[in-house]
Write a protein that binds this ligand. Structure first.
Ligand code: C2E
Ligand code: CA
Ligand code: CA
Ligand code: CA
Length: 275
């Protein structure tokens, strides 16, 4: 028994070593990725389930790696967060998303906002408001067509400071959506003090919603609470018709999920929504 546990120890150690190497490698490559234009945005539609119309678009970053192909955020965002590189990547995402939406609006009637994810580092960066203004001015996009997605955990650390931040953003005319709603602790009590205009119910509430009365009760409660606070609700991660039916019975109409569409490359998105 001793021998085998020793073996597995070495195996584990080696695996750890491999992981470290991968990580260092990713870190080095990330440095140059921005300058080599290896990041691209994918776009996922947000849809009104009743009418089937497009109500928004979320921009999601991908890394077009020369050897590894399209790398999803799970393959690099955490390294980028830890090294601080997420900021430069994030500012690029902001500029690019605004530019793309303006371009689409010039080509056809696309009167919906584009949502951009903000990392912790970006939200607390003193240059945030300036960066947002710059992205709007440089692209010519009107502020009501930009929405920033911020998670609860990003704001949890210093609530008062975060509220001031949110007010500055809202003063620009830009929308704010509370991402991954329901995964934090404090959700309900502080919601009324947050100047947000949308909350995004996390996918974890959707997974079993077709079978779970409890999840349905929670989502129904969130929807009615948000209604009283004049906050819009969207649900993410809808994959099946059953989930869609269950969500609709919770009186939630705004949907984002594979059921309608996966995130699409720029051209695929224009083919589908600007035809
Ligand atoms: P998120 O902001 O919660 O984005 C939603 C994620 O769920 C996306 O994954 C999307 O592709 C995925 N998704 C959408 N519908 C479904 C569905 O029906 N089923 C399932 N299983 N998944 C669905 P993605 O693009 O891999 O992004 C993962 C996370 O990476 C995002 O989660 C966000 O936290 C982060 N991220 C993505 N782009 C950016 C960015 O530009 N900046 C920052 N800071 N973070 C980003
Ligand atoms: Ca929205
Ligand atoms: Ca998001
Ligand atoms: Ca989310």
């Amino acid at each position: 028994a001793k021998k085998s546990s020793r073996k597995s120890f070495f195996f584990y150690n080696n695996e750890l070593h491999q992981k470290l190497l991968m990580r260092l490698n990713t870190e080095n490559e990330l440095q140059s990725a921005l300058y080599n234009h290896q990041f691209v945005l994918y776009y996922q539609p947000q849809v009104d389930a009743c009418s089937g119309t497009l109500i928004g678009v979320e921009a999601l970053v991908r890394w077009k790696h020369p050897e590894r192909g399209i790398v999803p955020p799970s393959g690099f965002i955490s390294v980028a967060e830890e090294t601080g590189m997420i900021r430069d990547i994030g500012w690029w995402v902001l500029d690019e998303a605004c530019r793309q939406m303006k371009k689409w609006q010039e080509r056809g009637p696309l009167k919906v906002p584009i949502s951009v994810n903000l990392s912790f580092n970006q939200f607390h960066d003193d240059s945030l408001v300036k960066r947002v203004c710059f992205a709007l001015e440089a692209s010519g996009l009107q502020p009501e067509y930009l929405e920033l997605e911020i998670t609860e955990s990003t704001m949890a650390e210093d609530l008062e400071r975060s509220i001031r931040r949110l007010k500055e953003i809202r003063a620009l005319g830009v929308g704010v959506s509370l991402d991954d709603f329901g995964t934090g602790y404090s959700s309900l009590s502080y919601l009324k003090s947050l100047p947000i205009n949308q909350l995004k119910i996390d996918r974890s509430f959707v997974l079993d919603i077709a079978q779970s009365n409890q999840d349905q009760a929670i989502v129904t409660a969130i929807v009615s609470m948000a209604e009283h606070l004049w906050i819009d609700v969207i649900v993410e991660g809808i994959e099946t018709k059953e989930q869609l039916r269950a969500i609709e019975s919770c009186r939630c109409r705004a949907i984002q999920g594979y059921y309608y569409s996966r995130p699409l490359a720029e051209n695929d998105f224009s083919d589908k929504y600007l035809a």
